[in-house]
Design a protein around this ligand. Structure first.
Ligand SMILES: [Zn+2]
Length: 165
């Protein structure tokens, strides 16, 4: 168990695309996943993608407030999106800031768990849909600030008050 150090904007690793994981038997992979879960809790986020702690493996972790256990997602891809909605978003890699952006209303996604079993999300909504999009963007080298349309839609907030992914 270890808390990994957070990478902040403009760290170039946040702009790189994470690479698909092929070897699930790798014990380093489960250690990385556990350390990412610890780090997500430590920094108090809803989700954390590998780029944010300096790795380019395609893995992210999510903790939904209603779930007892964290979700570990390997090789996450968004397969379909439907609708649009305005959301408030923040990011652990940009503390003290929040933005208003458009996200999908419904999200379909596919990933694998630590054992290599397929995990599917079919038309999920709300915070889970937002978190899946946010983490998938990280793994593609994108950040929510890329989707902020006007300067007024990005604003400072008290540290710790952001909606953190
Ligand atoms: Zn983020």
């Amino acid at each position: 168990m270890a808390v990994l150090s957070m990478r902040y904007i403009p760290d170039p690793i946040l702009r790189e695309k994470a690479k698909k994981i092929k070897n699930f038997a790798d014990s380093d992979l489960s250690k990385l996943a556990m350390d990412m879960v610890d780090s997500m809790y430590f920094y108090n986020g809803v989700g954390l993608a590998a780029n944010q702690i300096g790795s380019l493996k395609r893995i992210c972790v999510i903790q939904m407030p209603e779930d007892e256990e964290p979700t570990i997602l390997i090789n996450l891809e968004i397969t379909r999106k439907e609708g649009e909605r305005l959301v408030t978003e923040g990011c652990l890699s940009l503390p003290g800031w929040q933005g208003k952006i458009m996200r999908a209303e419904k999200v379909w996604a596919r990933a694998m768990d630590l054992e290599g079993k397929t995990v599917k999300y079919k038309g999920v909504t709300d915070l889970l849909a937002q978190a899946l999009e946010h983490e998938n963007d990280h793994l593609d080298g994108k950040l929510y600030i890329d989707f902020v349309e006007s300067k007024n839609d990005l604003y400072e907030v008290e540290i710790g008050e952001e909606e953190d992914d």
